[in-house]
Design a protein around this ligand. Structure first.
Ligand code: URA
Length: 182
């Protein structure tokens, strides 16, 4: 499946109940040949309204952190979520929803062929690495998803509530940049 077909398939997807309760699917955004692929959990209210990942308050923090690395969404960066539809009330995704939606992200990764995946937040990290381990225990190492190097960090929405951990997230991004350069 190429980009156009994948985009259309996601747009028309009714494989799980989430699509019935959201405004629109949120496919992903950015440079389709990016070295950096950032992956979050699922669209929130603003993302559901606008159809783009990380456009709310957490997204602004993410953009600022990218800017500190001299990166910008759309330029060598692609941003996507594990789930393409907003769970009602931002509840945690159900295993069946993840199972139905995961093939879309897998295909996005195959098409992008990023040099590095940055998994943001417990949900994305534990889903992609198929683990119950905490972010704290997984930070600072290079893992892999589908053969692509993967590093983990905190979710920007979590950082907004836990400002002291911003320094750790910054360290994670510096580690990511070092990994990508190697
Ligand atoms: N949180 C996420 O995990 N993804 C978004 O797109 C927005 C908020």
């Amino acid at each position: 499946m190429g980009w156009d077909e994948l985009r259309a398939t996601v747009k028309g997807c009714t494989a799980c109940p989430l699509r019935a309760g959201c405004t629109q699917t949120v496919f992903g955004v950015g440079d389709e040949n990016a070295d950096w692929l950032l992956i979050g959990e699922a669209p929130g209210a603003e993302e559901d309204r606008l159809g783009e990942p990380f456009v709310g308050q957490a997204g602004r923090l993410l953009d600022n952190m990218l800017a500190a690395l001299e990166l910008r969404r759309g330029e060598n960066v692609y941003i996507a979520n594990v789930l393409k539809c907003r769970p009602p009330g931002n509840r945690n995704p159900e295993p069946d929803e993840v199972a139905k939606c995961s093939p879309y992200l897998r295909r996005q990764i195959q098409l992008i062929q990023p040099k590095l995946i940055v998994a943001m937040g417990r949900f994305a990290v534990q889903t992609l690495l198929d683990t119950d381990s905490t972010i704290g225990s997984l930070r600072g190492s290079v893992h892999a998803y589908q053969g692509v190097p993967l590093v983990v960090t905190y979710h920007p929405a979590y950082l907004l509530r836990n400002l002291p951990d911003k320094a750790k997230a910054w360290a994670d991004l510096v580690f990511a940049r070092k990994t990508i350069k190697q």
